[in-house]
Ligand binder design. Structure first.
Ligand code: NDP
Ligand SMILES: O=C(O)C1=N[C@H](C(=O)O)C[C@H](O)C1
Length: 269
């Protein structure tokens, strides 16, 4: 069996470590490189040292050295890091799976542009459960298109730096799309003070941060006399890591193109 050679960016991060374990356990993949930021105390260490399962791959801060002869980079870092890695991947014909969240419109445009020359999987949530939930939300939004107020509530660990979560924003986009609305026009991000009555055309977002919550998302459809809640709760990051690996397998035979997890999981259409 030919193994997929995968490099991991953010190798010492929460997701980076989960990915290194997932790759080590996958018979069809091999860790080909590990990258972290210059100055990180983990640069120079074996990528598996955190778990005691040595990989023989040293964490590098130099992108070219970290990528080596990798077929694909899996990147869960920060937007500025991912965009720098993406430019290198595009210039060197390396595929990329992007799990990082918090991109602005220019960042998303840069990802779309890179996908003209390399294959890219880009999704704010790689779990099967969340991606099936997106389909449920599309269906629910079409049915609750009148008389139901829509609020998206998300909760994550205390270390998360972006809000609302990429998943919550994606849920908002899917719901707005199903209702023929533009999320940019109808999103309300938090409320304070004398807000006035709720505008029924809005989609509200509420963010909770605390402790070690892996990732909870609830969409509330609040009508008169009833409420419907669609909730997804992650209890382990392993689902994201397995999804990212599925993404890497999905683009292994693709020369270019921008894909998301709905493509990877055949959920479109
Ligand atoms: N799509 C999905 O399914 C999921 C997406 N995510 C997203 O993935 C990202 C990472 O999450 P998580 O692993 O929890 O975060 P962590 O902070 O645990 O890890 C981030 C890693 O990236 C490194 N890093 C930080 N800044 C940069 C930079 N500018 N350039 C390159 N590397 C950098 C960090 O190094 P150092 O620690 O030295 O700063 C660290 O190794 C977030 O955007 C998160 O929202 C998370 C889970 C699932
Ligand atoms: O930062 C996290 O942890 C997560 N980030 C992603 C997001 O912003 O939606 C996915 C998941 O919720 C975990």
């Amino acid at each position: 069996m030919t193994q997929l050679k995968i490099a991991v960016a953010g190798a010492s991060g929460r997701m980076g470590r989960m990915l290194i374990e997932a790759i080590a356990a996958a018979p069809d993949a091999v860790l080909a490189g590990a990258l972290d930021v210059a100055g990180s105390p983990f640069v120079g260490q074996d990528a598996g040292a955190f778990s005691g399962q040595l990989t023989g791959v040293t964490i590098e801060s130099d992108l070219a050295r970290a990528l080596g002869d990798a077929d694909c980079l899996i990147d869960f870092t920060r937007p500025e890091g991912t965009l720098a890695h993406l430019a290198f991947c595009a210039a060197n014909n390396v595929k990329i799976v992007i799990g990082t969240t918090g991109f602005d419109d220019a960042g998303k445009a840069a990802i779309a542009a890179a996908a003209e020359s390399i294959a890219v999987v880009f999704a704010p949530n790689m779990s099967v459960g969340v991606n099936v939930t997106l389909k449920l939300l599309e269906m629910a939004a079409k049915s609750f298109n009148e008389g139901y107020d829509i609020e998206i509530i998300e909760a994550h660990h205390r270390h998360k730096v972006d809000a609302p979560s990429g998943t919550a924003l994606k849920m908002g986009e899917v719901i707005a799309g199903a209702l023929g609305r533009d999320l940019k026009q109808c999103a309300v991000y938090g409320r304070e003070g004398v807000t006035g009555e709720r505008d029924p055309s809005t989609i509200g977002f509420a963010t909770v941060r605390g402790g070690d919550i892996v990732g909870d998302h609830t969409v509330l459809f609040a009508g008169t006399g009833e409420r419907i809640e669609i909730t997804h709760k992650s209890s382990s990051r392993v689902t994201y890591a397995h999804g990212a690996l599925r993404g890497a397998r999905f683009i292994a035979d693709k020369a270019s193109g921008l894909y998301d997890m709905q493509d990877v999981l055949s959920l479109k259409g």
